[in-house]
Design a protein. Structure first.
Length: 255
């Protein structure tokens, strides 16, 4: 069966620095894979190449068997590659519900009409409310986005990403900047999305407990190269991974 997402010889070079170095990667459909690696390993750059934010120096990204080289990041989203970022990307002066409704409206390609009140778009409103339930934000529906905590903003961003109804979710450090108290809520949201069995999820994250709990497989990037790719158990037992990246983290948390 053709994987939903794969890369072939994917490479990008900035001057004399190779940030992603000939990475061959395969992502089965409705699979949950996490990417780990030390800072500077090329994780976010790899995401940027897949989503179309960057153009590769060499190699290709394939989605559903089709080369993505000629498509922009917006076009890739429309095809089914959805991307979240390390920094929240919401409209601060709109309510939580309005943020999600606009994302739903964008997916449905409904143009804004100045003389038509937004409440007339009943189906969009209902869909937005359901997405807020999914990310555990129903109680904040009428709060302005700038009033949310950082963790709540990350949940809102995930709701907006889900509103686009993409086949693949690229989640770039969804817990970045969160307090310890906020992490369990976002973990519950991501677990719920995984357990729905409807999405393929590629995650960058540093929290190893979270990765071990959620992942079907883990790939390890080191100095821009694919060091290993396997089940969580295989990765934790991989001596090359331990020496290159995990080190004491393995002994302390995962032994």
């Amino acid at each position: 069966m053709e994987p939903i997402l794969r890369t072939e010889n994917l490479t990008i070079q900035f001057g004399g620095h190779i940030a992603v170095d000939h990475v061959d990667f395969v992502m089965p459909e409705k699979h949950f894979k996490s990417i780990i690696g030390p800072n500077g390993a090329g994780k976010t750059t790899f995401f940027n190449l897949i989503s179309g934010e960057l153009k590769p120096t060499d190699g290709e990204v394939f989605f559903k068997g089709e080369s993505m080289s000629k498509f922009s990041s917006v076009e890739r989203t429309r095809k089914g590659l959805g991307r979240s970022f390390q920094i929240t990307n919401v409209f601060p002066n709109l309510t939580v519900l309005e943020n999600v409704r606009l994302a739903v409206q964008s997916k449905e390609k409904i143009r804004y009409q100045m003389l038509r009140h937004f409440t007339s778009y009943k189906a969009l409103h209902v869909q937005a409310e359901k997405l807020l339930e999914t990310v555990l934000l129903s109680s904040k529906a009428h709060a302005f986005a700038n009033q949310l905590s950082h963790g709540e903003k990350r949940k809102l961003e995930i709701a907006m990403l889900l509103a686009l109804d993409t086949d693949v979710l690229l989640l770039d450090e969804p817990t970045a900047g969160m307090s310890l108290e906020e992490v369990p809520a976002i973990l519950d949201v991501i677990r719920q999305i995984k357990e729905s069995g409807e999405k393929t999820i590629l995650l960058i994250e540093h929290k190893m407990d979270m990765i071990m709990d959620l992942s079907d497989s883990i790939m390890v990037l080191f100095n821009g190269r694919l060091l290993a790719d396997g089940t969580p158990s295989e990765i934790m037992k991989n001596e090359t991974v331990q020496q290159a990246y995990l080190g004491g983290l393995y002994d302390e948390h995962l032994a």
